[in-house]
Design a protein around this ligand. Structure first.
Ligand SMILES: Nc1ncnc2c1ncn2[C@@H]1O[C@H](COP(=O)(O)OP(=O)(O)OP(=O)(O)O)[C@@H](O)[C@H]1O
Length: 239
Protein backbone atom coordinates (compact mmCIF):
# COMPACT_ATOMS: atom_id res chain seq x y z
CA UNK A 1 0.00 0.00 0.00
CA UNK A 2 1.35 3.42 -0.95
CA UNK A 3 0.26 6.05 1.52
CA UNK A 4 -0.42 9.50 0.19
CA UNK A 5 -1.08 10.97 3.64
CA UNK A 6 0.40 9.58 6.82
CA UNK A 7 0.20 10.82 10.39
CA UNK A 8 2.76 9.35 12.78
CA UNK A 9 2.19 9.84 16.53
CA UNK A 10 0.52 13.21 15.99
CA UNK A 11 -0.61 15.16 19.06
CA UNK A 12 -2.26 18.57 19.20
CA UNK A 13 -3.37 20.47 22.25
CA UNK A 14 -5.16 23.81 22.13
CA UNK A 15 -4.18 26.13 24.97
CA UNK A 16 -6.77 25.94 27.72
CA UNK A 17 -8.63 23.13 25.98
CA UNK A 18 -8.51 19.36 26.03
CA UNK A 19 -6.07 17.33 23.94
CA UNK A 20 -7.59 17.51 20.47
CA UNK A 21 -5.35 14.75 19.04
CA UNK A 22 -3.57 12.26 21.28
CA UNK A 23 -0.75 10.30 19.64
CA UNK A 24 -2.67 9.51 16.44
CA UNK A 25 -1.05 7.34 13.77
CA UNK A 26 -3.01 6.67 10.60
CA UNK A 27 -2.16 6.29 6.92
CA UNK A 28 -4.43 6.90 3.94
CA UNK A 29 -3.67 4.77 0.89
CA UNK A 30 -3.38 6.40 -2.52
CA UNK A 31 -6.53 6.12 -4.62
CA UNK A 32 -8.86 5.25 -1.74
CA UNK A 33 -11.83 6.95 -0.06
CA UNK A 34 -11.75 7.20 3.74
CA UNK A 35 -14.37 8.54 6.13
CA UNK A 36 -13.30 10.04 9.46
CA UNK A 37 -16.06 9.80 12.04
CA UNK A 38 -16.60 10.42 15.73
CA UNK A 39 -18.66 12.43 18.20
CA UNK A 40 -18.57 16.22 18.27
CA UNK A 41 -15.25 17.41 19.69
CA UNK A 42 -13.48 14.08 19.09
CA UNK A 43 -10.78 15.70 16.94
CA UNK A 44 -11.99 15.05 13.39
CA UNK A 45 -11.44 18.59 12.09
CA UNK A 46 -8.12 18.85 13.89
CA UNK A 47 -6.98 15.62 12.23
CA UNK A 48 -8.06 16.92 8.82
CA UNK A 49 -6.38 20.29 9.35
CA UNK A 50 -3.10 18.70 10.46
CA UNK A 51 -3.18 16.20 7.57
CA UNK A 52 -3.88 18.98 5.07
CA UNK A 53 -1.13 21.29 6.35
CA UNK A 54 -3.69 23.89 7.43
CA UNK A 55 -2.49 23.49 11.00
CA UNK A 56 0.68 22.17 12.63
CA UNK A 57 0.71 19.42 15.24
CA UNK A 58 2.53 19.95 18.55
CA UNK A 59 4.40 16.70 18.00
CA UNK A 60 4.57 13.83 15.55
CA UNK A 61 5.01 13.72 11.81
CA UNK A 62 2.71 14.42 8.88
CA UNK A 63 3.86 12.99 5.57
CA UNK A 64 2.19 14.23 2.39
CA UNK A 65 3.27 12.14 -0.61
CA UNK A 66 6.30 11.08 1.45
CA UNK A 67 7.29 14.67 2.26
CA UNK A 68 7.58 15.54 5.95
CA UNK A 69 5.56 18.74 6.40
CA UNK A 70 7.30 19.60 9.67
CA UNK A 71 10.47 20.23 7.66
CA UNK A 72 8.76 22.80 5.43
CA UNK A 73 8.49 26.49 6.19
CA UNK A 74 6.31 29.01 4.45
CA UNK A 75 6.04 29.53 1.49
CA UNK A 76 7.09 25.94 0.71
CA UNK A 77 4.30 24.56 2.93
CA UNK A 78 1.64 26.52 1.05
CA UNK A 79 3.20 25.41 -2.24
CA UNK A 80 3.04 21.74 -1.21
CA UNK A 81 -0.61 22.19 -0.21
CA UNK A 82 -1.53 23.94 -3.44
CA UNK A 83 0.23 21.38 -5.60
CA UNK A 84 -1.11 18.26 -3.96
CA UNK A 85 -4.30 19.04 -2.08
CA UNK A 86 -7.88 20.07 -2.89
CA UNK A 87 -10.51 21.10 -0.35
CA UNK A 88 -14.28 20.81 -0.09
CA UNK A 89 -15.96 22.45 2.90
CA UNK A 90 -19.45 22.20 4.35
CA UNK A 91 -20.25 25.82 3.46
CA UNK A 92 -18.76 25.64 -0.07
CA UNK A 93 -16.43 28.65 0.47
CA UNK A 94 -17.07 30.05 -3.00
CA UNK A 95 -16.53 33.68 -3.98
CA UNK A 96 -19.95 35.14 -4.73
CA UNK A 97 -18.45 38.02 -6.69
CA UNK A 98 -16.88 35.61 -9.19
CA UNK A 99 -18.54 33.43 -11.84
CA UNK A 100 -18.52 29.65 -11.58
CA UNK A 101 -15.70 29.55 -14.13
CA UNK A 102 -13.50 32.01 -12.21
CA UNK A 103 -14.18 30.23 -8.92
CA UNK A 104 -12.96 26.99 -10.46
CA UNK A 105 -9.77 28.60 -11.77
CA UNK A 106 -9.07 30.71 -8.65
CA UNK A 107 -6.78 28.33 -6.68
CA UNK A 108 -4.51 27.87 -9.68
CA UNK A 109 -4.44 31.63 -10.35
CA UNK A 110 -3.60 32.29 -6.67
CA UNK A 111 -0.81 29.74 -6.94
CA UNK A 112 0.59 31.68 -9.90
CA UNK A 113 0.05 28.68 -12.17
CA UNK A 114 -1.34 28.85 -15.68
CA UNK A 115 -4.78 27.23 -15.33
CA UNK A 116 -5.47 24.19 -17.48
CA UNK A 117 -8.70 25.50 -19.02
CA UNK A 118 -9.42 22.35 -21.01
CA UNK A 119 -9.34 20.30 -17.81
CA UNK A 120 -11.44 22.90 -15.97
CA UNK A 121 -14.10 22.55 -18.69
CA UNK A 122 -13.91 18.77 -18.35
CA UNK A 123 -14.33 18.79 -14.55
CA UNK A 124 -17.33 21.13 -14.86
CA UNK A 125 -18.81 18.66 -17.33
CA UNK A 126 -18.10 15.78 -14.92
CA UNK A 127 -19.95 17.50 -12.07
CA UNK A 128 -22.90 18.27 -14.37
CA UNK A 129 -22.35 22.04 -14.67
CA UNK A 130 -21.31 22.40 -18.31
CA UNK A 131 -22.98 25.53 -19.65
CA UNK A 132 -23.25 27.16 -16.19
CA UNK A 133 -19.75 28.71 -16.31
CA UNK A 134 -20.92 32.34 -16.38
CA UNK A 135 -23.37 32.10 -13.50
CA UNK A 136 -22.74 33.45 -10.03
CA UNK A 137 -22.75 30.89 -7.18
CA UNK A 138 -25.51 32.84 -5.37
CA UNK A 139 -27.94 31.86 -8.14
CA UNK A 140 -27.23 28.14 -7.73
CA UNK A 141 -28.74 25.59 -5.35
CA UNK A 142 -26.69 24.21 -2.44
CA UNK A 143 -26.00 20.98 -4.30
CA UNK A 144 -24.86 22.88 -7.39
CA UNK A 145 -22.63 25.11 -5.28
CA UNK A 146 -21.00 22.10 -3.69
CA UNK A 147 -20.45 20.66 -7.17
CA UNK A 148 -18.70 23.92 -8.14
CA UNK A 149 -16.52 23.51 -5.04
CA UNK A 150 -15.72 19.95 -6.09
CA UNK A 151 -14.86 21.09 -9.63
CA UNK A 152 -12.61 23.76 -8.10
CA UNK A 153 -10.86 21.06 -6.04
CA UNK A 154 -10.47 18.74 -9.04
CA UNK A 155 -9.28 21.46 -11.42
CA UNK A 156 -5.83 21.44 -9.83
CA UNK A 157 -5.49 17.65 -10.31
CA UNK A 158 -4.83 17.12 -6.61
CA UNK A 159 -3.52 13.82 -5.31
CA UNK A 160 -5.77 14.15 -2.29
CA UNK A 161 -9.06 15.90 -1.57
CA UNK A 162 -9.90 16.72 2.02
CA UNK A 163 -13.64 17.11 2.51
CA UNK A 164 -14.99 18.50 5.81
CA UNK A 165 -18.69 17.57 6.15
CA UNK A 166 -19.25 18.05 2.39
CA UNK A 167 -22.90 16.98 2.61
CA UNK A 168 -23.64 18.62 5.97
CA UNK A 169 -25.64 21.48 4.46
CA UNK A 170 -27.32 19.51 1.66
CA UNK A 171 -30.62 17.69 1.21
CA UNK A 172 -30.44 13.93 0.79
CA UNK A 173 -30.53 13.83 -3.01
CA UNK A 174 -27.93 16.60 -3.49
CA UNK A 175 -25.74 14.97 -0.84
CA UNK A 176 -25.87 11.68 -2.73
CA UNK A 177 -24.82 13.41 -5.96
CA UNK A 178 -21.81 14.95 -4.25
CA UNK A 179 -20.85 11.60 -2.66
CA UNK A 180 -21.17 9.83 -6.02
CA UNK A 181 -18.86 12.45 -7.55
CA UNK A 182 -16.29 12.01 -4.77
CA UNK A 183 -16.50 8.25 -5.37
CA UNK A 184 -15.95 8.83 -9.12
CA UNK A 185 -12.91 11.01 -8.41
CA UNK A 186 -11.42 8.04 -6.55
CA UNK A 187 -12.44 5.35 -9.05
CA UNK A 188 -11.90 7.21 -12.34
CA UNK A 189 -9.12 9.68 -11.55
CA UNK A 190 -7.25 7.83 -8.79
CA UNK A 191 -7.70 10.74 -6.37
CA UNK A 192 -7.49 10.00 -2.63
CA UNK A 193 -10.43 11.34 -0.61
CA UNK A 194 -10.38 11.88 3.16
CA UNK A 195 -13.83 12.99 4.33
CA UNK A 196 -14.97 14.04 7.79
CA UNK A 197 -18.64 13.25 8.30
CA UNK A 198 -21.24 12.68 11.01
CA UNK A 199 -23.47 10.78 8.61
CA UNK A 200 -23.27 6.94 8.49
CA UNK A 201 -24.90 6.97 5.03
CA UNK A 202 -22.14 9.24 3.73
CA UNK A 203 -19.46 6.99 5.27
CA UNK A 204 -21.10 4.08 3.42
CA UNK A 205 -19.61 5.50 0.18
CA UNK A 206 -16.07 5.15 1.52
CA UNK A 207 -13.65 2.21 1.38
CA UNK A 208 -12.81 2.59 5.04
CA UNK A 209 -14.12 4.37 8.12
CA UNK A 210 -11.90 5.53 10.97
CA UNK A 211 -13.54 6.39 14.32
CA UNK A 212 -12.16 9.00 16.71
CA UNK A 213 -13.06 9.56 20.35
CA UNK A 214 -11.30 11.98 22.70
CA UNK A 215 -8.55 12.59 20.15
CA UNK A 216 -7.72 8.93 19.62
CA UNK A 217 -8.52 6.39 16.95
CA UNK A 218 -10.71 3.86 18.71
CA UNK A 219 -12.06 1.75 15.84
CA UNK A 220 -11.78 1.14 12.10
CA UNK A 221 -14.02 -0.47 9.56
CA UNK A 222 -13.07 -1.79 6.13
CA UNK A 223 -15.80 -1.73 3.47
CA UNK A 224 -18.22 0.22 5.70
CA UNK A 225 -21.95 0.14 5.14
CA UNK A 226 -24.32 2.72 6.63
CA UNK A 227 -25.69 0.07 9.03
CA UNK A 228 -22.25 -1.08 10.23
CA UNK A 229 -21.10 2.51 10.65
CA UNK A 230 -24.20 3.44 12.65
CA UNK A 231 -23.65 0.44 14.95
CA UNK A 232 -19.99 1.42 15.44
CA UNK A 233 -20.93 5.03 16.18
CA UNK A 234 -23.35 3.88 18.87
CA UNK A 235 -20.60 1.73 20.40
CA UNK A 236 -18.06 4.59 20.24
CA UNK A 237 -20.44 7.05 21.92
CA UNK A 238 -21.32 4.48 24.61
CA UNK A 239 -17.65 3.94 25.56
N1 LIG B 1 -9.03 26.67 17.73
C1 LIG B 1 -9.31 25.98 18.84
N2 LIG B 1 -9.05 26.49 20.06
C2 LIG B 1 -9.31 25.81 21.20
N3 LIG B 1 -9.84 24.56 21.23
C3 LIG B 1 -10.11 24.00 20.04
C4 LIG B 1 -9.89 24.66 18.80
N4 LIG B 1 -10.27 23.84 17.79
C5 LIG B 1 -10.72 22.70 18.38
N5 LIG B 1 -10.63 22.80 19.73
C6 LIG B 1 -11.01 21.74 20.70
O1 LIG B 1 -10.33 20.54 20.33
C7 LIG B 1 -11.19 19.42 20.44
C8 LIG B 1 -11.32 18.73 19.09
O2 LIG B 1 -12.03 19.60 18.20
P1 LIG B 1 -12.37 19.26 16.69
O3 LIG B 1 -13.01 20.47 16.10
O4 LIG B 1 -11.17 18.72 16.01
O5 LIG B 1 -13.45 18.09 16.85
P2 LIG B 1 -14.53 17.55 15.80
O6 LIG B 1 -14.59 16.08 16.05
O7 LIG B 1 -14.18 18.02 14.44
O8 LIG B 1 -15.86 18.23 16.31
P3 LIG B 1 -17.20 18.64 15.48
O9 LIG B 1 -17.78 17.35 15.00
O10 LIG B 1 -18.04 19.31 16.52
O11 LIG B 1 -16.76 19.55 14.38
C9 LIG B 1 -12.52 19.95 20.98
O12 LIG B 1 -12.53 19.78 22.38
C10 LIG B 1 -12.50 21.41 20.63
O13 LIG B 1 -13.24 22.17 21.55
Amino acid sequence: MTSIVELVAVSKHYPGGPTALDNVSVAFAAGTFAAVMGPSGSGKSTLLHCAAALDRPDSGQVLLAGQDLAGLREPRLTEARRRRVGFVFQQYNLMDSLSVWHNVLLPQRLAGARPDKGWAREVLRRVGLAGREDERPARLSGGQRQRVALARALAGRPEVIFADEPTGALDLASGREVLALLREAVDDLGTTVVMVTHDPAAAGWADRAVFLADGRIVAELAAPTAELVAAHMTAVIAR
